[in-house]
Design a protein around this ligand. Sequence first.
Ligand code: GDP
Length: 468
Amino acid sequence: PNTQYEQLRRRIFTNAQEFWYFVHSGLVELQKKTKDVSPDVSESLSYMISTGFEHKRSLVRDIAQIAEVDGYSIWREKESNDLSNLVQERFAYLQNPPDCATAKKLVCNLNKGCGYGCQLHHAVYCFMVAYGTKRTMILKSKGWRYHTGGWEEIFKPVSESCTAPNGASISNWPGNPETQVINLPIIDSLSPRPPFLPLAVPEDLAPRLTRLHGDPIVWWIGQILKYLLRPQDKTQSIIQETMTKMGFQRPIVGVHVRRTDKVGTEASFHSIEEYMTIVEEYYNQMELNETVKKRRIYLATDEPRVIQEARTKYPHYEILGDPSISKTAAISTRYSDSSLFGIVFDIHMLSMSDYLVCTFSSQVCRVAYEIMQNYYPDASARFRSLDDVYYYGGQNAHNVVAVLAHEPKRAGEMSINVGDSIGIAGNHWNGLSKGMNARTNQIALFPGFKVKNKIETAKFPTYSEANS
Ligand code: GDP
């Protein structure tokens, strides 16, 4: 298929959803205003909402079906595998240099003072810089707050042959091309910043990724996680056993409810009902194509009470989840050897789900979403975040480009010319996004359908020697 066709297909899908977010939230708002004063208006609005949902489901189903009947699904599978094999070969090549004694290295200390998701993202960032500078990444992890014995007891070592952080010359970032070993700081204090940071994908892969995938940077991060998180056999078998015991089955929606220390500091509180409303609609949509014998979710949370609350309030759902995992996930017990399995398992289950409902303010859910990309040619639309749009901590500006002009119709709306570049601050999931127009410096709301994503690229090495 040509790129334009694939992009159009995805765009129509996204904008059918955005259209309904817009209309639905407007109708709900009106309904609140008229409920007590005008019962018949309120009744009409209910009718419009429920019939509107049916319109939306039918549209979304038909659009999704286009990808099944256009004859390109075999191509999508193959292209996805080919691209993954290509970069995984390059990663193995980079990480296993022929002579470790002279190899250029980039040293990364896993122990960033933060949670598991945050530490994984730290390692991923390190790997991106290693790949961009052609240096073997050395991961220091002894005394890791989640597993004192170190990374290698849980996951395969990031290199088979080159793991020592020593060399003839050692320097802190940036060093120079001749320095054998360079220590990389955390992304927050990185200076100067190389061009290899998110949201940039390797330029040589960009044309293929732009065609295949709705959000190439998420694919790219997913590939790095695929390499880093290769489990040791023991880890693999415990995960398998636990999954079987728990009764993992499809369909399944992954729900992540992040509470404890996050609420009120880095994110707002969201009730279980907010998550489940979206899950309900996911299954309503699915019911248009097939009967769903059992509505099922996997519920991961750091608040042990949430699992019981969900089971009480949603008895017709099968709710997979383990309150004892949540107990080790709560703030006071979190950074311990005994909590590691819980977070590894929860992220695995979330990533294996058909769809994710969560808050992207949490790195736990963003990691799950990134890993999920490894199981489909394009899983970029398989989520709904209750708060942020996808982002990567420490990323460069996330810009979109206007494809339609906009005149403000209400206070708080932005004026847009076609071609304007807008830095995205968030999606309000009501048809409107917030951002800053680079032409006018105005920070305001605008209709999400009037822009398209800009794919950022950087000149990473192309590793032709690895793929020959
Ligand atoms: P963030 O703070 O939510 O952005 O994510 P981080 O991963 O950086 O830190 C939160 C930490 O809390 C995680 O790494 C876990 O240790 C713990 N945690 C949060 N939510 C869950 C959950 O749903 N399950 C488990 N097992 N642990 C969680």
